[in-house]
Design a protein around this ligand. Structure first.
Ligand code: B12
Ligand code: SF4
Length: 510
């Protein structure tokens, strides 16, 4: 048995078969998929409904669902100890009733779900048999304990902690704080336990039914972007041995039904080049489609690797962040901006279907950023996924803004990066940011602009390339329709200001 072990005093280091087994029924509540349930929206028109349904999933848990790997890892370890585990959707009221009857409930919390977990979920559970974990629980441990002083919280990575938790549960003494004393070194991953048929989470319903097969090559990211939580999670920047990844890919290939590999790695491009060549050679041999994310600058010069990645990639998310300013913490992203237009053009020609992530509301930006971005997107013909800068607890940016009293107090659920502004930007008001963002969405994701890009993409990279990018184009269209409905007045005000400068040529040199 080879769970990455913790040397934590509270944790048994050995998970040998000879040790006592548990047979508890455990329910893990987590967000299972990413559906567009806009309960606040009245009918948005037939086309909206059709696209919404397509992207949302025609059947729950199958099309469109992204199973949560973190919950799967916890489940796998519990199953290996003899437990019977179910992973259920935290937003499904039926799941709560099942959880209430379980011997142990695990709740996975992101920062965005904090209010939901604190106000709706935890008060309905027996906290003497509940543990809460996940990135949100890790960065909000103090807040959680201020409301539920005795709550058992797993801070950070959970691997190797489950035997102790079950032992404490049986003694009626769950502890308030569990944490590994060293980060998981992915280089130590072995074929067991996750490839063991008996307790692989891949056989659990959400993982089996979804066509998106989540896979983790490694953890961490060597960069230190000041708005990102990853560098603050004390992860060991490491990756699994190639034979383990190959075995996981082969096991996925064996599963029934259509499949796309969904790499959950924060930055695929930072692993060694030789390793990446082997990885994508193998993926291409298996003929598996994949999606992932990374800093493309790190692999740009290796054209052979880019071509290998392009062969079966359905979409690749890359942080462009902002077309005009420095990204604090990532030398590679800053370098990417040098001659960005020619790089973008080259990558398009090579057929890597990149979706460029961009962020709005940084201190360096003023209202001109919106028109500059629209111009750039038009010229480059790229697909973008825009975000409103949303300071997250635990990051340098959050600490700085907090000190300057520039965080806007609002429910956790509004930290959605699309529909709400949660801080006061330096060179525009929060309303101007919201309105300008909606205006930019309207320009970039008009039906006409989407159709034009689709046509260009078809000519450049063929149907596979165009279709991969279309999923994110449609996602942009849905967001556009929704923003328009939510903020007609702010949109109109921003339009007035931005379009009065319409003929201004961008001063940017790309
Ligand atoms: C895949 C993914 C998604 C997918 C699918 C989510 C899903 N079902 O997994 C989609 C695209 C839908 C998504 C959406 C969002 N995401 Co996301 N996502 C990720 C990503 C890339 C991988 C998650 C993962 O599986 N990680 C690998 C596992 C092993 O790590 P883990 O989940 O943290 O689990 C470990 C521990 O935390 C712990 N643990 C976790 N849960 C539990 C539960 C219990 C009971 C226990 C004991 C332990 C435990 O044990 C696990 C093993 O060590 C992460 C980045 C990353 N690599 O982690 C971002 C990340 C989690 N997402 C993030 C954000 C902000 C979002 C959104 C809010 C974005 C948005 N604008 O809407 C939404 C929120 C959706 C929602 N309502 O839940 C942030 C979270 C920041 C924060 N402070 O909370 C991250 C960290 C990205 C980042 N660097 O900013 N996301
Ligand atoms: S490169 Fe990406 S994952 Fe790495 S620190 Fe920056 S934003 Fe976070």
């Amino acid at each position: 048995m080879a769970f990455p072990q913790s040397d934590c005093e509270n944790t048994s280091n050995q998970l040998g078969h000879e040790q006592e087994n548990f047979d508890d029924h455990v329910v893990i509540l987590t967000k299972q998929d990413y559906r567009y349930n806009f309960a606040d929206m009245q009918s948005m028109g037939a086309l909206f409904e059709v696209v919404n349904r397509l992207l949302s999933g025609v059947r729950e848990g199958t099309f469109g669902a992204i199973p949560h790997l973190g919950a799967g890892i916890v489940a796998g370890e519990l199953m290996s100890l003899g437990c019977n585990v179910q992973i259920l959707d935290i937003s499904d009221p039926r799941a709560l009733a099942v959880a209430q009857a379980a011997d142990l409930v695990g709740v996975s919390m992101l920062e965005i779900s904090a209010d939901h977990v604190i106000e709706d979920i935890l008060p309905q559970l027996d906290l003497s048999k509940t543990i809460v974990g996940g990135i949100g629980a890790t960065v909000m441990e103090t807040e959680l304990h201020s409301v539920f002083p005795d709550l058992a919280i797993v801070s950070g990575e959970s691997e190797g902690l489950m035997r102790q938790i079950l032992t404490d549960l049986h003694a009626g003494q769950l502890q308030g704080h569990y944490r590994r004393d060293k980060s998981v070194d992915m280089a130590e991953a072995t074929h067991e336990p996750y490839l063991d048929e008996r307790f692989s989470y891949r056989n659990l319903s959400p993982f089996r039914r979804s066509f998106l097969k989540v896979l983790e090559v490694g953890r961490g990211c060597p960069y230190g972007c000041n708005f990102c939580i990853t560098p603050n999670l004390e992860l060991n920047n490491s990756h699994k041995p190639m034979d383990v990844i190959k075995a996981e890919l082969a096991a996925i290939k064996e599963q029934a039904g259509p499949k796309i590999i969904f790499f959950v790695d924060q930055n695929l491009c930072t692993y060694p080049k030789a390793y990446l060549h082997q990885l994508f050679d193998y993926i291409n041999d298996l003929g598996l489609a994949w999606v992932g994310e990374g800093t493309v600058q790190d692999i740009l010069e290796d054209e052979d690797l880019v071509s290998k990645m392009a062969r079966n990639c359905a979409s690749f998310l890359v942080g462009l962040e902002d077309i005009s300013h420095n990204i604090r913490g990532s030398a590679a992203k800053n370098k990417l901006h040098e001659g960005i237009l020619s790089k973008v053009t080259k990558l398009r020609k090579m057929g890597l279907p990149i979706v460029w992530s961009m962020v709005f509301g940084t201190d360096e930006q003023d209202l001109s950023v919106f028109k500059d971005t629209v111009d750039f997107v038009k010229e480059a013909g790229i697909t973008i996924i825009p975000h409103i800068e949303t300071p997250r607890r635990g990051t340098v940016r959050y600490r700085n803004l907090n000190k300057e009293n520039r965080l806007i107090e609002c429910p956790a659920g509004k930290h959605d990066q699309k529909y709400h502004v949660t801080h006061k930007p330096a060179n525009m008001t929060p309303d101007e940011l919201m309105g300008g963002f909606a205006w930019m969405y309207q320009q970039v994701f008009s039906e006409r602009a989407i159709a034009q890009r689709f046509w260009q993409n078809l000519q450049i990279g063929g149907m596979k390339y165009a279709a991969g990018l279309s999923v994110l184009e449609l996602d942009g269209w849905i967001t556009n329709v929704r923003l328009h409905k939510m903020y007609p007045k702010l949109l109109q005000d921003a339009r007035g200001i931005i379009e009065s400068n319409k003929n201004r040529k961008t001063s940017l040199d790309y």
